[in-house]
Design a protein around this ligand. Structure first.
Ligand SMILES: Cc1ncc(COP(=O)(O)O)c(C=O)c1O
Length: 387
């Protein structure tokens, strides 16, 4: 497979800015910005907005998201945030007194908070799994820990595909099979991987799989998507929106109140799911990703992070090896304590990364150039006093 050449011109990123923080949020490409500008302009001419747009745009987005997640389009719901999707899953999944919900240590709170509430309400518990408290890079892999921990007491396993702190991977095929064998549901927050790492819902068979748009799906903030397994598609949504009901296309008959939901997972759509301004951007972003190809994106980003990992080794940074970590995601730990305010000092060099826990998180994308990587190395060397 050929690597994607640097796509800098598709983005409005000045040459001297090394933006290595896609895991925080992606920049919008020029195409996505144009789609958003068009959509905002449309709102100044509401007489041009077709009633059909309330239905065709979300359905187009469902189709694109379904190709990225490897599930059917009818199974996709439009949501505003990960926490919303997880709350919908928590509302629908059964759990009995004394049973457990498994999460990973330091998992992102949107995939923890609803589970804590559910556990409290049902006299169940959230069990936080850890690899090893002191040396996470040397501990067992998450998959091993999960396979050892899932039992008949487990009602729900709530996971990412890769950990948001250091990109450590979970083998979701193995975990899913194990969870199913124990009658446990699998809920996935794919926000830090979908769009940059291949995923196949038809093979993994999660119960709910969710992703926000504004990171690796390269779309706007405040919109996301959730694929729901067929077995939960007759569930109860968080909201009872008019547009999620059967026959909502017939605006003249909306007050013939309809108890029946629209088909598939549309009942789980957020209120105002047409998102007339955001949806065209989310669509343009997913079209762009599919044009590049998810496999090609994954390989291209893996090559970039490998280059960075090799270059920072001499500066005392260590990363999980590819295979153990997701290719697009680099969490660098240092032999010594990181200098106070490192993120801030790197911005003085026009270098943008994050610190999460004790990891410097470096997450490039197809716009990342060789010059960006050089700028990062020089800035790190200076700030760590190695130069
Ligand atoms: C793993 C993960 N999930 C979810 C989110 C965002 O959650 P929400 O959409 O609930 O704001 C983030 C943001 O950093 C994240 O890293």
């Amino acid at each position: 497979m050929t690597l994607i050449p640097c796509q800098r011109e598709a983005f409005d990123i000045p040459e001297d800015i090394a933006y290595l923080n896609c895991a925080y949020q992606s920049p919008l490409s020029r195409k996505v910005v144009a789609a958003g500008e068009g959509a905002i302009k449309d709102k100044s001419h509401p007489w041009d907005t077709l009633a059909a747009d309330f239905f065709t745009h979300p359905d187009k987005a469902r189709g694109l998201f379904s190709r990225i997640i490897g599930g059917d389009a009818d199974g996709v719901a439009v949501i505003p945030s990960v926490s919303y999707g997880i709350a919908a899953a928590a509302k629908n999944l059964p759990i009995n007194k004394g049973e457990e919900i498994l999460v990973l240590q330091d998992q992102f709170p949107s995939n923890v908070n609803s589970w804590r509430r559910l556990a409290e309400e049902k006299s169940a518990s959230v069990r936080t799994l850890s690899r090893s408290s002191s040396t996470p890079h040397n501990g067992p892999a998450w998959t091993e820990v999960l396979l050892e921990s899932i039992s008949d007491q487990t009602a729900i396993v709530a996971l990412p595909q890769c950990h948001w702190v250091d990109g450590a991977m979970v083998d979701l095929h193995a975990v899913s099979a194990n969870a199913r064998a124990h009658g446990a549901a699998l809920v996935l927050d794919l926000t830090q991987s979908l769009g940059a790492l291949p995923f196949d819902a038809s093979a993994v068979q999660p119960d709910f799989a969710i992703a926000a748009s504004y990171k690796w799906l390269m779309g706007p903030y405040a919109i996301g998507f959730m694929w729901v397994h067929p077995k939960w598609r007759n569930g109860t949504p968080l909201e009872e929106s008019w547009i999620g009901r059967k026959g909502a296309e017939d605006f003249a008959r909306l007050v013939d109140y309809q108890d029946e939901y629209d088909k598939g997972s549309r009942r789980f759509d957020m209120g105002e799911r047409a998102q007339l301004q955001l949806m065209p951007m989310a669509i343009a972003a997913m079209e762009q990703l599919l044009d590049w190809g998810i496999d090609s994106i994954a390989e291209t980003l893996a090559a970039k992070t490998e280059t960075i990992a090799a270059r920072v080794r001499d500066l005392g940074f260590r990363a999980l090896p590819v295979g153990t970590r997701a290719g697009h995601y680099l969490g660098l730990s240092h032999d010594t304590d990181l200098p106070e305010g490192l993120v801030q000092s790197l911005t003085q060099h026009n270098v943008y990364v994050s610190v999460r826990g004790s990891s410097v998180r470096v997450t490039p994308h197809v716009y990342t150039s060789a010059d960006d990587i050089e700028r990062l190395i020089v800035a790190l060397a200076q700030e760590l006093g190695s130069e």
